[in-house]
Design a binder for this molecule. Structure first.
Ligand SMILES: [Zn+2]
Length: 281
C-alpha cells in the first residue's frame, strides 16, 4: 500500500471510519503436537476475536455474501467475513459453535478429495467427513472449495489447475445439493493462470491469503490469523493496517532501526576505540 494511502486510511480509522475485511483462520482448539506452520489458535483467543469484532460494530457475513454486497456497490464499511481453510474437525467443534452462538456467519473451505482423512500437513488432525459437512451446511455455514488434493496451484499446468477446481466444485455441489460459488486457493497461492481457471470453473469468489488489497473477486484479499494475533494485531488487521505498521517496526524498518540504535547512543561501530597499549619488547 503506498504511504499516502495507508496514512490516509490510518487517519480515517482514528476518526472512527470502518473498512470491510476478511480474516483467514485454519485450526481452532488445542493441539497435542507441534504446530510448525502456526495453523491453530486457542478457542479462548478465537472467542475473544469474535467479541472484538462485535464490539467494533461489525456484522459478519459469509464470504460469498460479503462479496455480493461489495460488488453491488452497497455500503459495506461495517461488514466483514471470517473463513476457515481446510475444514478441520477440531475447528468445527471449537470455532463454529462460538460463531453461530453470536449470530455470526462464516465460510469453511474444504479440499474435496480429503474429506474424512488426515490433514496433509498435520496428520494427527482430521478433515471433516462428507456427512459432517452436510450437517455444517444445514446449520447455515457456507461451504466453499479448496481444490481436490490441497495442492499448490500456482505454476501447475493450466489444465491440471482447472481440473482441481472443476472437480472440487462438482463434488461439493453433488454432496450439498446447492451451488458452490466460493473457493480459496490452498496456501493462498495464486497467479493469473489460477485466477483464469477459477473464473472458467464457475467460481464467483476466489480467496487469497495475503493481507488487504484491492477487492478483486478472483484474488479476494484475506488477512491470515496466527496464534500471535493479540488484540492490537487483530485490530490492525481489521483496519487493513497490519502490513504497513509491521514494516515500520520490523528490524529493517525505520522504527526497528531506531529501537536497535537509539540516537542518544552511538552506533557500536562508531564508538571510540581505546587505543591498545603498546607493548615493548
Ligand atoms: Zn488449506
Amino acid at each position: 500500500m503506498p504511504p499516502f494511502t495507508w496514512l490516509n486510511r490510518a487517519a480515517r480509522v482514528a476518526f472512527g471510519r470502518r473498512f470491510p475485511f476478511v480474516l483467514c483462520y485454519h485450526g481452532v482448539g488445542t493441539l497435542d503436537v507441534e504446530d510448525p506452520a502456526s495453523l491453530f489458535i486457542s478457542r479462548g483467543l478465537f472467542a475473544h476475536h469474535l467479541d472484538v469484532i462485535a464490539e467494533e460494530g461489525y456484522e459478519l457475513l459469509n464470504v460469498g455474501d460479503l462479496w455480493r454486497v461489495l460488488n453491488g456497490g452497497s455500503p459495506a464499511h461495517n461488514l466483514a467475513a471470517i473463513t476457515f481453510d481446510d475444514a478441520l474437525v477440531k475447528t468445527a467443534r471449537e470455532a463454529i459453535p462460538e460463531t453461530l452462538a453470536r449470530g455470526m456467519a462464516c465460510t469453511v473451505f474444504v479440499p474435496s478429495g480429503l474429506m474424512g482423512r488426515p490433514h496433509p500437513d498435520l496428520p494427527e488432525e482430521q478433515i471433516l467427513s462428507s456427512g459432517e459437512l452436510v450437517e455444517l451446511a444445514a446449520e447455515g455455514v457456507e461451504i466453499g472449495a479448496h481444490s481436490v488434493d490441497h495442492v499448490w496451484l500456482e505454476g501447475m499446468p493450466y489444465d491440471a489447475v482447472l481440473d482441481q477446481m472443476r472437480r472440487s466444485r462438482a463434488t461439493l455441489e453433488d454432496l450439498l445439493g446447492r451451488a458452490v460459488t466460493s473457493m480459496a486457493y490452498p496456501y493462498g497461492a495464486h497467479d493469473e493462470q489460477t485466477m483464469k481457471a477459477a473464473r472458467e470453473a464457475g467460481f464467483e469468489v476466489a480467496c487469497g491469503c495475503s493481507g488487504p488489497g484491492p477487492w478483486d473477486a478472483l484474488a479476494l484479499p484475506r488477512s491470515p490469523i496466527y496464534p500471535s494475533a493479540t488484540t492490537l494485531r487483530l485490530r490492525l488487521k481489521m483496519a487493513g493496517l497490519y502490513g504497513p505498521v509491521h514494516s515500520l517496526v520490523a528490524d529493517s524498518g525505520p522504527i526497528g532501526r531506531w529501537r536497535s540504535h537509539p540516537p542518544h547512543l552511538p552506533h557500536p561501530q562508531e564508538r571510540p576505540v581505546r587505543p591498545r597499549q603498546r607493548t615493548t619488547a
